[in-house]
Design a protein around this ligand. Structure first.
Ligand code: SF4
Length: 387
């Protein structure tokens, strides 16, 4: 909760609380991450009793931390009280001692982007705002520096869980919560039209990143099955609405697939679709190798594609997608416990799935939990490629 919500909640319980008390209580529990209600200057007794009796302050359990020694990305495997598993990734930033956290918004994902292994999990459920905030706190508490950014690009399509994601983002950006600057919170989407319109109407202050990956409708439908229900023309119209009310450039992400979406036709179509819009292009490498059925573009192909994009006269940002060896890179989040992967089993690890009793158990290698083969895509930084 942000302070106004907690004050309203307590008021409904017949316990009026001063704005000052509500703020210091939330700063104690969220910003300082305390599990108790023992503030240095104690709360009024009736307030403490009301908070104790009418709120819960769960934390997610950290099942595993796995570090990629090549780049310092750390993937966290987290368990909710109902046994649901999700993941978050600590991302070192360019400034020494600063980190961003890639957060999941759902348990699994229903979008089934063709180049993302997360999509093969299928969707189990939405994460609640508190679970996303708790994931950030779990990562932040162990970071050897400051967490100054958060990206909703892990498991799931954030805009399919709009209310809870925006609520979590508000808490993370609040001075009593995560104290992360609003523009340092990014929400990624595979391109859900109505939620993007709502996002524009509500003038949300967080950065929105849309995975386009192809500007050719037929090709995009094959790569991102959701595009069959969310036509490209409508998506571009919604993004134009958003660009019209957003102060920065419209950020579009592009997962580069060798021989698939790097030709002149793509660049021409992209230029046509966004004529007159101030764009920023995030170019991402593919992860997942043979398992996803696509290949990563060679340096030569990638360089030629980036050269062609210069025609758009927009900034082109090559986004580094780290954490591959700990299964924390874009498109690889699927609850795989990195420490238990058999040596040499690149791409064949088994996801952990909750057992019926709610405890986590490993399925046999090569048996993905739910979802259909041939699905999947991921995002900049870490997590899903499109979201
Ligand atoms: S890229 Fe994102 S939206 Fe697409 S399947 Fe992966 S997690 Fe889901």
């Amino acid at each position: 909760m942000v302070p106004e919500e907690l004050a309203t909640h307590l008021g409904a319980q017949g316990c009026a609380a001063s704005p000052h008390d509500v703020r210091r209580l939330l700063a104690h529990v969220i910003f300082h991450g305390a599990a108790d209600l023992d503030l240095r200057h104690p709360l009024p007794r009736r307030l403490r009793r009301a908070v104790d009796a009418t709120t819960v302050r769960h934390r997610l359990e950290v099942l595993e931390r796995a570090t990629d020694p090549a780049d310092g990305f750390v993937k966290y495997l987290l368990r909710s009280p109902d046994g649901a598993l999700s993941e978050a990734v600590r991302i070192p930033l360019h400034v020494q001692g600063r980190y961003s956290v890639c957060l999941s918004s759902q348990v699994g994902c229903a979008m089934r982007c063709a180049f993302c292994l997360t999509g093969r999990l299928g969707l189990t459920r939405n994460l609640a705002a508190w679970e996303m905030v708790s994931a950030l706190l779990a990562v932040r508490d162990e970071a050897p520096g400051r967490v100054t950014g958060a990206v909703f690009m892990g498991q799931g399509e954030p805009l399919a869980n709009y209310d809870e994601v925006v609520r979590a983002a508000r808490v993370l950006a609040h001075p009593c919560g995560g104290r992360i600057a609003g523009r340092a919170v990014s929400i990624s989407t595979v391109g859900l039209v109505e939620p993007i319109r709502r996002y524009a109407r509500e003038r949300q202050p967080f950065r929105l990143i849309t995975s386009l990956t192809s500007a050719i409708a037929e090709r995009r439908r094959r790569l991102l099955p959701v595009a069959g229900r969310q036509p490209l023309g409508e998506l571009v119209a919604a993004l134009r609405e958003y660009a019209g009310v957003s102060p920065g450039r419209l950020t579009v992400a592009w997962v580069v697939l060798a021989g698939v979406n790097t030709d002149d036709a793509e660049v021409d179509a992209l230029a046509e679709l966004f004529r007159g819009v101030r764009l920023r292009l995030n170019v991402l490498d593919l992860n997942g190798g043979d398992e996803v059925g696509f290949a990563r573009a060679s340096q030569q192909e990638l360089g030629a594609f980036i050269d062609k994009l210069q025609r758009l006269r927009s900034p082109v940002v090559r986004r580094y997608s780290g954490g591959a060896s700990c299964q924390g890179a874009c498109g690889l989040l699927r609850n795989v416990p990195a420490a238990y992967r058999p040596a040499g089993a690149e791409g064949t690890a088994a996801p952990l799935v909750p057992t019926p009793s709610g405890a986590a158990g490993a399925e046999p290698a090569g048996a993905p939990a739910g979802g259909s083969p041939g699905a999947g895509a991921g995002a900049p930084g870490s997590g899903g490629l499109a979201c």
